[in-house]
Ligand binder design. Structure first.
Ligand code: GLY
Ligand code: MN
Ligand code: MN
Length: 436
């Protein structure tokens, strides 16, 4: 295994939180993702479904988890099904988990082969009052492809139409949004690797380098540190490209005088990190670039302080909008009088800052969470204001990852530079090294 997984005790804790939210007599089923095809006999690398991973730590295809706290026989209260391994699988694909290994990883005593899942379900359902089925209820999910979980849900509902069905997703959003200590430590591991990649990039960037060459430096640093790679497709956007919010082609040349916006984060042990930094290609910001950079940095620092237990994310985003308005007026991009009379439904700052400031971070980079309840301790957010000025070929975003504590915040990226002077000094140092 490339990474050190969380302990079985943590997965027990996650399942215990789920059980506490279930109604009496409920039986919950969670499925893995499919291994997605490409073409011919090709496949994508396996990517485990976040919820079964959160509840079991099992990072293997065809795994099924069944939680049935009120089952008559204690052995039936938690059952994990894993793909049956064989000498042939061991030769062609490498060893799969044994039942003992699956128990050690997940803390689940009853581990059966996936082939016995259907029969086990049929045996247990008569004891159940309702079935909890899981689905992707992320606010912005828009996938056209049916997941394995959706396929299995359909099959189950067709076969057992008289059972009441309940939704697991709201419970998952609740328990995943408040991270346990080991989860925060794993996000910190991911952050630390991402930070190393940023340090590497500071030494590498100079006029004439290709954006994809920077991406390669980052990927190299990720892989050599035990990450499986990027938690999302990285954005390496120089000059005007930084104003294209989802720029991922990364195929331009970085030019002298441009700023390069980089948004990248490694995945480690199933958890994401999410960093944005904007640096001058030639090692020194122009006075205007510096002003815009510092405006974004001011908003980021002030916004971070607003993330406190009890605060609603809607109010937080409104306050950040006001901070941004002030900075944009200072930069001469907005007019104070026009801002005073603007339509509050269509604030003028959105012309230069058109995305949200913060999202939940965890197993998914845009993690699930409770958007309409107050923030609580243990939630992890990004803080990522940006200013995008296409007419100046300039886009700047600065993004850190923040844990909300009892009475403040812990910045997981606190050890990597973001002040103009620090970035310029580090880039100058590496330049001197290259010239020597
Ligand atoms: N990297 C995606 C985001 O910053 O939300
Ligand atoms: Mn990002
Ligand atoms: Mn982000």
């Amino acid at each position: 295994m490339r990474y050190t997984p969380l302990s079985a005790a943590t997965y027990r804790e996650h399942r215990s939180r789920f059980r506490q939210a279930m109604e009496k007599g409920g039986l919950a089923v969670f499925h893995s993702n499919d291994i997605m095809p490409t073409s011919a006999d090709g496949t994508m690398p396996f990517h485990q479904a976040a919820d079964i991973f959160h509840l079991s730590g099992i990072d293997q295809e065809e795994t099924v988890l069944l939680l049935f706290p009120d089952a008559f026989d204690p052995k039936d209260r938690e059952i994990l099904f894993v793909r049956e391994t064989s000498p042939s699988i061991a030769i062609w694909e490498g060893a799969k988990l044994t039942q003992q290994q699956a128990t050690a990883q997940s803390g689940i005593a009853t581990v059966l082969w996936t082939s016995s899942y259907e029969a086990t379900l049929q045996r247990l359902l008569p004891q159940a009052k309702s079935i909890y089925l899981n689905s992707n209820e992320h606010l912005r999910q828009g996938n056209e492809v049916e997941t394995r979980e959706e396929r299995k849900n359909k099959e189950l509902r067709a076969k057992y139409p008289l059972y009441e069905v309940k939704r697991s997703a709201p419970i998952m959003h609740r328990i995943r949004s408040r991270k346990t200590a080991e989860e925060i430590a794993q996000i910190q591991n991911a952050v630390n690797i991402t930070a190393k990649a940023f340090q590497r990039v500071l030494q590498f960037v100079k006029p004439g380098v290709k954006e994809y060459a920077i991406e390669a430096e980052i990927t190299h640093e990720f892989l050599r540190n035990g990450s499986r790679g990027h938690a999302y497709t990285p954005i390496i956007a120089s000059g005007y490209n930084a104003c294209v919010l989802h720029y991922i082609t990364n195929d331009d040349t970085c030019k002298d005088g441009d700023v390069i916006l980089m948004d990248f984060g490694c995945e480690y042990g199933g958890y994401a990190s999410d960093l944005s930094r904007s640096i001058p290609v030639n090692g020194k910001f122009s006075p205007r670039q510096r002003d815009v950079y510092n405006a974004v940095l001011n908003v980021q620092k002030e916004a971070t302080k607003l993330l406190l237990p009890g605060v609603f994310l809607g109010d937080y985003h409104k306050q950040v909008g006001e901070l941004m308005e002030k900075e944009l007026i200072g930069l001469g991009l907005l007019d104070k009088k026009e801002v005073a009379t603007q339509d509050p439904e269509k604030p003028l700052y959105k012309k230069y800052f058109m995305h949200g400031t913060s999202h939940f971070l965890g197993i998914d980079v845009h993690d699930v969470g409770l958007w309409h309840e107050p923030i609580t301790e243990g939630m992890v957010f990004t803080v990522e204001p940006g200013i995008y000025i296409p007419e100046e070929n300039l886009g700047i975003r600065i993004e850190n990852n923040i844990v909300v504590t009892k009475d403040g915040q812990d910045d997981l990226f606190k050890n990597i530079p973001r002040e103009v002077e620090e970035i310029e000094a580090l880039m100058a140092k590496s330049r001197k090294k290259t010239l020597a």
